[in-house]
Design a protein around this ligand. Structure first.
Ligand SMILES: N[C@@H](CCC(=O)N[C@@H](CS)C(=O)NCC(=O)O)C(=O)O
Length: 202
């Protein structure tokens, strides 16, 4: 099986954490891609031009990260995606929320890197709003993150790690003691420490 990746992507890290939790790492070959290279042949694999994309042993190509994660969980007969029922919607919604924050963080990053004449402060403020509201929701609904590890918690853990990586100056922990405590415990897992963005490793 092949995983097309770029090292800083939080969506790729989500898969890396899940693969460690499911003991699948040795079965996955990792292939680096530069999605920003104009002539990249990678768009022939994923027409969206985004990482991650995944190729199964029978040659099927799958994306995006939620689909790849659910595929790997089913392959390993794992329990990171709950069976149909009420609990499943909370877990999938946590994943959607965390992925949405990562989308907003990536948009904010790219906008902040544009020339002064092209950068939109309104667009950056809009993305900051998405991030702040979502973290506040998690802070005030502690039960969403209670219980055993699942894909929702992996997604939230990776998302908070991405905010530390790209926007450490925001100090998201300020005013969010419950979420901070949860992250301190979750980020100590081996799957999280082994997949930290390089400059945050001790
Ligand atoms: N919904 C996608 C998001 C993937 C994504 O946005 N990846 C970024 C890297 S972090 C990317 O490849 N961006 C390239 C682009 O937007 O053209 C997923 O969950 O896999």
């Amino acid at each position: 099986m092949k995983l097309f990746y770029s090292p800083a992507s939080p969506f790729v890290r989500k898969i890396s954490v899940l693969a460690i939790e499911l003991d699948l790492v040795a079965r996955i070959e990792r292939i680096p891609v530069d999605v920003w290279e104009p002539e990249t042949p990678y768009v022939g694999i994923n027409p969206l031009g985004k990482v991650p994309a995944f190729v199964t042993d029978d040659g099927s190509v799958i994306y995006d990260s939620p689909v790849i994660c659910e595929y790997l969980n089913s392959l390993a007969a794992g329990h990171l995606f709950p069976a149909p029922g009420a609990g499943r919607w909370t877990v999938l919604c946590n994943q959607a929320l965390a992925d949405g924050v990562c989308d907003a963080a990536v948009l904010r990053l790219h906008e902040s890197r544009r020339d002064d004449s092209k950068r939109s402060d309104e667009w950056i403020a809009r993305q900051r709003g998405v991030i702040a509201r979502s973290l506040d929701l998690l802070e005030h609904n502690e039960t969403r993150l209670e219980g055993d590890i699942d894909i929702g918690k992996i997604s939230v853990g990776v998302m908070l790690g991405y905010l530390d990586f790209r926007f450490g100056g925001d100090q998201w922990r300020n005013g969010r003691p419950a979420l901070s405590r949860w992250y301190e415990t979750f980020s100590a897992r081996e799957s999280m420490t082994a997949t930290l963005p390089p400059h945050l490793r001790r």
